[in-house]
Design a binder for this molecule. Structure first.
Ligand code: KIV
Length: 293
């Protein structure tokens, strides 16, 4: 799509059910972000995201949407401390997490690691600009590239990542002047390859755009300034919760109940319940479908 000049859509996603729906809606890339720490696990910071949990969530998203490009986000300390460990963890995203590509928050100093991952056969998306995993260094989540020096070093990061072999870039929370310099720098370094740049809070010029799903549908209470909701699912969820509370209170839970097999109700009332041993098929022989229960 980037080669044809068509913008592509990316959303964060953390479960199979939502993934299936989003793929059906035509969303091209599903990012299983470390934002799961906050929006799924209720942890205070993205650096609290456990690797094992993110691997499991990533696999769930791919199982829900096999046709989508699924991007696994490498959590804090899964790639910063040691290159061997980083490459093995990235590999786990492809094998156990079923991811198509892994994302790392990087600057130019990670070029060696990104090169080794690429040579090992691991497609990398280089996340540049604002890097939430480094929030402790600046006292919180903040925009990047707001000074000329910072903007220049982000452009250098983007070039270094493309030279290192990154297949995609993601640029977060920068003024559009920075994006306007990053895009031609990426195209120059790519030398004919197509290296799409996904933006989040980085203006409209990027090849793809991403946003946190919960921010898009109005589930989060304080979305970032660049995330304009398209729906108010927050209110819809609360209304559904209240409707269920009312149904339960009124003993009107809806749906269809179960009936006893013919004659069993009479036998039960007559006290005629001696063992009529039944054999059941092995559970693996039964097709488990939620709707069939
Ligand atoms: O973890 C995440 O969800 C992200 C997006 C906000 C880009 O990195």
């Amino acid at each position: 799509m980037t080669a044809e000049g068509k913008p592509f859509a990316c959303l964060t996603c953390y479960d199979a059910t939502t993934a299936r729906r989003l793929a059906r809606a035509g969303v091209h890339v599903l990012l299983v972000g470390d934002t799961a720490a906050e929006v799924v696990l209720g942890l205070p910071r993205t650096i609290d995201m456990p690797l094992e949990v993110l691997l499991a969530l990533t696999a769930g998203v791919k199982r829900g949407a096999p046709e989508a490009v699924v991007m696994g986000d490498m959590p804090f300390m899964s790639y910063q401390a040691d290159e061997g460990e980083a490459i093995r963890n990235a590999g786990r995203f492809l094998t156990e997490g079923l991811a198509d590509i892994v994302k790392l928050e990087v600057d130019a100093s990670f070029a060696g690691l990104v090169g080794k991952m690429s040579r090992a056969g691991i497609p990398v998306c280089a996340h540049i600009g604002s890097r939430p995993q480094r929030a402790a260094m600046s006292g919180g989540y903040a925009a990047a590239g707001r000074t000329a020096e910072d903007a220049r070093s982000i452009v250098e990061d983007s070039s270094a990542m493309v030279r290192a072999g990154a297949k995609m870039l993601l640029i977060e929370a920068v003024p559009e002047e920075v994006t306007a310099l990053v895009l031609p720098a990426v195209a120059r370094e790519a030398e004919g390859r197509v290296v799409p740049v996904i933006g989040i809070g980085a203006g409209t010029a990027c090849h793809g755009q991403v946003i946190v799903w919960q921010d898009l549908v109005g589930l989060t209470e304080t979305p970032p300034r660049f995330a304009e909701p398209v729906a108010d699912l927050g209110r819809a969820v609360e209304e559904a919760g209240r409707a269920w509370v009312d149904r339960v209170a009124n003993r009107a839970i809806g749906g269809r109940g179960y009936a006893m097999r013919p004659g069993e109700s009479e036998r039960l009332r007559a006290g005629n319940t001696e063992d009529k041993s039944q054999t059941f098929p092995h559970p693996r022989m039964v097709e488990h479908k939620r709707g069939a229960r």
